[in-house]
Design a protein around this ligand. Structure first.
Ligand SMILES: Cc1ncc(COP(=O)(O)O)c(C=O)c1O
Length: 417
């Protein structure tokens, strides 16, 4: 068998629900030289990352760090570390990623209760309150932005409920962090985890996460330092956290001044995650979110200008992804295939009850840009017309242009802030 050639990916514009094109700045940071695990440069970089992500998560939480995994790993680390077998977990399920929280909590041995909500809607506070009254959970776990439906779950009021029922609050912000407001401390969230490959404009493989002092107390109550590095005075738990790799108590020690060895930190991913946060904070978290709002709106209004119908509850929609009903008589996969083949543009398919009915189009991170929005709308119009759908000529691009014209902020470096 002949040896494959060097990696040489085709040129793509990734306008699906993530991953998206990584910011070139992030890719450049990821080509920096490696240093040793305890090199002062490395430990200083870890500290910088903690400080940067405190600002991204809008928190003072000491334990703000990276989990070396894709976003799913950080969800698993949180749940397996916060919940002991047999403890009750309540999950409002309004999309695919709510199901993922259930799956992970069940595998962690929790007694899992759900609130089942129609895909496209959010969980109402009174529904959650009633379920908490009934279940008395140890942990309330919710997805903040569920990319499978584009729903953005409000978190206001949840802390009060959690205080009443002495419950921890977890948020999966993989797809929302950076592009949508998320106020960890103000909303009293005990654990929040993210991912780089959506609004943060990096590759998947590192998951920023933050944990409140209350969450840290719960996690450390089951702390065990593993044999081989344990010294006198280190705890051995009767019921240790069920995962070694995702044992947050040990991961906290690794990120603390003690630098107690756990895994080998993924240096290249750390450089990438560091640059992702720098990109966000250099622009300013507020402007970064406003940019997602603007380009997301332009895409939404643009698809409507093509005569397409937007899926879901607009009052609770993520800024960075729009669901679009596939028009009757149009083969959704054929359109996606032609967009990719002829224009190099990827848009997303859907899962579960929305499969074959809805496309998902993202405008996030590096791709939350006017040129990316207009190019995608122009390409979609051309492909739809060739597939026999009657679409108004220029309707998508013109409608998006109107959104840009109505926005009063000027273009800064090609990006409308
Ligand atoms: C809301 C949400 N949670 C979790 C995940 C899983 O992320 P990963 O594929 O990085 O593990 C995704 C990925 O799309 C997501 O959108």
């Amino acid at each position: 068998m002949s040896q494959p050639g060097p990696i040489n990916p085709p040129s793509r514009l990734l306008m699906g629900p993530g991953p998206i094109d990584a910011d070139p700045r992030v890719l450049r940071a990821m080509s920096a030289a490696l240093v040793g695990q305890y090199d002062p440069f490395m430990t200083e970089s870890m500290n910088e990352v903690m400080a940067l992500y405190r600002r991204v998560f809008v928190t003072a939480n000491e334990q703000t760090l990276l989990i070396d995994s894709t976003a799913r790993g950080a969800i698993e680390a949180s749940i397996v570390s916060l919940v002991a077998p047999g403890q009750r977990v309540l999950v409002p399920v309004f999309g695919r990623f709510g199901h993922l929280l259930v799956e992970i909590a069940e595998r962690a041995g929790a007694e899992v209760h759900t609130i089942d909500i129609e895909w496209g809607r959010i969980a109402e506070l009174d529904q959650i309150e009633a379920a908490m009254e009934r279940v008395r959970p140890h942990l309330l776990a919710l997805v903040h932005g569920d990319t499978s439906t584009t729903a953005l779950q409000p978190f206001e009021g949840l802390r009060d409920l959690c205080d009443r029922f002495e419950c921890l609050l977890y948020a999966d912000t993989t797809a929302s962090i950076g592009g949508n407001e998320f106020l960890t401390d103000k909303w009293g969230v005990d654990a929040a985890t993210g991912g780089l490959q959506k609004c943060l404009g990096g590759p998947s493989g590192s998951a920023p996460a933050t944990f409140s002092p209350r969450a840290v107390g719960v996690i450390n109550s089951r702390k065990q330092v593993e044999a081989g590095i344990r010294v006198d005075g280190d705890p051995v738990a009767a019921e240790p956290i069920r995962s070694n790799y995702f044992d947050l108590a040990q991961i906290f020690d690794y990120w603390s001044p003690r630098r107690l060895n756990h895994h080998t930190e993924a240096t290249t991913m750390l450089y990438g995650a560091r640059e992702c946060a720098r990109v966000v904070l250099e622009e300013g978290l507020g402007s970064f979110q406003a940019r997602h709002g603007l380009h997301g709106r332009a895409m939404m209004v643009g698809v409507e200008g093509l005569g397409l119908t937007v899926f879901g509850d607009r009052a609770h929609k993520m800024a960075n992804v729009v669901g679009v009903y596939i028009p009757d008589g149009v083969d959704g996969e054929a359109v996606r295939g032609q967009m990719l083949r002829d224009f190099g543009i990827e848009i997303g398919t859907s899962f579960g009850p929305l499969a074959g009915r809805v496309w998902r189009i993202g405008t996030m991170g590096y791709n939350a840009r006017q040129d990316a929005v207009l190019t995608t709308l122009a390409a979609l119009e051309a492909v739809l017309r060739r597939s026999g759908a009657g679409v108004p000529a220029g309707g998508g691009v013109d409608a998006a242009y109107e959104v840009y014209a109505a926005a009063s902020t000027p273009l800064v470096g090609g990006v409308q802030a």
